[in-house]
Design a protein around this ligand. Sequence first.
Ligand code: BGC
Length: 251
Amino acid sequence: MEREILGIDIGGTGIKWAIVDTETGALLSERKKIATPKPATPEAVSKCIQEQIRMMGWKDKPIGLGLPSVVRRGIARTAANIDNSWLDVNVDDFFTQRLECPCKVINDADAAGWAEVAFGKGKEENGVVLLLTLGTGIGSALFCDGKLVPNTELGHAHFKKDIAEKHASNHARKIGKLDWAAWGGRLNELLLYYDRLFSPDLFILGGGVSKKFELYQNYLDIDHLNIAPATLQNDAGIIGAALCAKNAFHP
Ligand code: BGC
């Protein structure tokens, strides 16, 4: 059925996938995960995915993929937390050939944002919505009245003599052994900074750490900022990637 699309979320540590009902956002198969190969070259990543889709018998059917890279007109333009060999690869063509299925690739945070705006927290919200994924890096997806401004890369904004994601990602929390108060404080400063730049009507916090929102929400300036954890949590990237493919192949 055309509404069933395989969504794949390629991350720095894991590759996750499921079949998505693009009309409802529901997962139609169990969410599966494997470790991202190291080094995560296009060859190695596509080989892992090839094996999985072969096992599930997914052939000649559309696939949407989220990649932690700026993806402009099908071409990977950055490689901050993935192997440099992705740079300048036409990832739409590459995956379409390797996986023998029509493939569409989108930035991973844009995918997560797309899903939240279609089916999750951002559904009821018009105006400016900024979703941030807090993981290995910080991804961003900016929407105005439900329309995405792609590839915003706010995790790479200069902040505190570094870039934002080095200071306030979930990875920065772990390697810096920061407690929730210390990390929540850093995140709050970053949100206030983004607020000065974009004045979002709603911030949505995604990534694995969105599940633990109650542990750090007290350190965020909720009197001034409208902040909510992502409702689709770890499924958002998968669902959004499938939506992107649906839009590309069956608009
Ligand atoms: C990358 C983004 C990505 C984010 C989250 C950043 O380092 O530059 O493209 O969305 O990490 O994975």
